[in-house]
Design a protein around this ligand. Structure first.
Ligand code: PLP
Length: 402
């Protein structure tokens, strides 16, 4: 009857997943600092710091820049419900589960939604969007810079061009790519850009940073109808994050502390150094996987998302057994496939704090051991050896793409 519940004592995992990623100890310390009220004058400074850091990471001067009190999916929701109303049309580029989620959420609005698709493992062709939008009045073009379900990176620029031709706002999901992959919101003229805190920023899950261009803000302000969601109406939410500091809802104060500290860590490293770190560690991981005889889902190197590597599960190997053994024997978590890729791929995340040399080498060694246990013939030490070679010979290119 009186069941005793013990003190919380979670295992100490290394989360090589597509999110959440493991966190720096400094972020845990920030989480554990004293709570204050969300209207406390001291907290105002903390909010200002958070917005300054978010603008630096998004590379923007947008006034409307704030963390939504919601996971990454809340960022998708806010982007589409604020921009779409009756008689509007949206084109959403779909090449996986998360870009499809944008189309699904958009279909909950009264707007007409057209999906332009690419197979999982490939990026959508901007030319297909041009064709789909021809002669139509399009309000938004939406895409995911990093499609987490397949590990595909999409280049933003060609879609900006097409969106300009169509007179559309460009909406970009950077949940899996912000702070890991080059992004310049202002220079690339992304109108609405959102992310999640638990991926390459390496803060706890539960917030969705978002930034909105002045042009999109103006469109929000001149809507004919009310935004269907009160909670995600960005014009009123900004009364709290803007000058007025009017109560809107109680934000997760401790998560904001943690986000602030995680972003300080991002900026101490520097964005370009961080982008380069993600690139180099993924190259080593890929070298190791290929040396072990494993194949990648994404064939074209330029299409590979540095934070998530999708590995084909070899014939005869049991997906769940491998992942369970990684967890039980090595305390390492990786992810399986979603939707049509379930049981077909593993997704190995190297995000933020987790994109580190020791973790890449540890993971390759652990995977070799487990594949051997499962009867796959893996050349001894090949994975770790190839990764070491990759670290030794891949010199960082001085000019990170700007
Ligand atoms: C993880 C992810 C989401 C969803 O984020 P949640 O925090 O799980 O709601 C959306 N888009 C992309 C690209 C993601 O990687």
């Amino acid at each position: 009857m009186t069941q005793h519940i013990g003190e919380l004592n979670p295992p100490n995992r290394l989360m090589l997943t597509p999110g959440p990623s493991s966190m720096d100890p400094r972020v845990y310390r920030a989480l554990a600092t004293p709570l204050v009220g969300h209207m406390d004058p001291w907290f105002k400074g903390c909010m200002d710091d958070t917005q300054v850091l978010l603008r630096q990471i998004f590379q923007t001067e947008n006034r409307l820049t704030m963390p939504l009190s919601a996971s990454g999916s809340g960022g998708i929701e806010a982007s589409v419900v604020n921009s779409l109303e009756e008689d509007d049309e949206a084109i959403i580029c779909v090449n996986g589960v998360f870009s499809d989620r944008m189309a699904v959420i958009a279909s909950h609005t009264p707007a007409k939604v057209t999906k332009v698709e690419a197979p999982y493992g490939k990026a959508v062709d901007a030319e297909d969007v041009r064709r789909a939008g021809k002669g139509r009045k399009i309000k938004i073009v939406g895409l995911a810079q990093g499609e987490t379900s397949s590990g595909v990176l999409t280049q933003i620029e060609p879609f900006r061009k097409v969106a300009d031709e169509l007179g559309a706002l460009l909406v970009v999901d950077t949940v899996a790519s912000l702070a890991a992959v080059p992004l310049h919101v202002d220079r690339e003229r992304v109108d609405i850009c959102f992310s999640g805190t638990q991926k390459a920023i390496s803060a706890p899950p539960g917030m969705s940073p978002i930034t909105v261009s002045p042009r999109a803000e103006e469109i929000f302000r001149t809507r004919k109808t009310k935004v269907q969601s009160w909670y995600f109406d960005l014009t009123t939410a900004m009364n709290y994050w803007g000058k007025e500091r009017l109560y809107h809802h109680t934000p997760p104060v401790s998560l904001i502390y943690a986000l602030r500290e995680a972003m300080r860590i991002v900026m101490e490293e520097g964005l370009e150094a961080r982008w380069e770190r993600h690139r180099v560690n993924q190259l080593a991981l890929i070298a190791g996987l290929e040396a072990m005889g494993l194949e990648l889902l994404v064939r074209k190197p330029a299409d590979r998302l540095p934070t998530v590597t999708a590995v084909m599960i070899p014939d005869g190997i049991d997906d769940a057994k491998v992942r369970n053994q990684l967890l039980d024997e090595f305390n390492i978590e990786i992810a399986g496939g979603l939707g049509p890729l379930k049981n077909k791929i593993w997704r190995v995340g190297l995000m933020g704090h987790c994109s580190q040399k020791p973790y890449v080498l540890l993971f390759l060694a652990a995977l070799e051991k487990i594949l051997l246990d499962q009867g796959l013939r893996v050349p001894s030490g090949a994975g770790v050896g190839a990764a070491v070679q990759s670290y030794t010979h891949v010199h960082s290119e001085a000019a990170v793409s700007r």
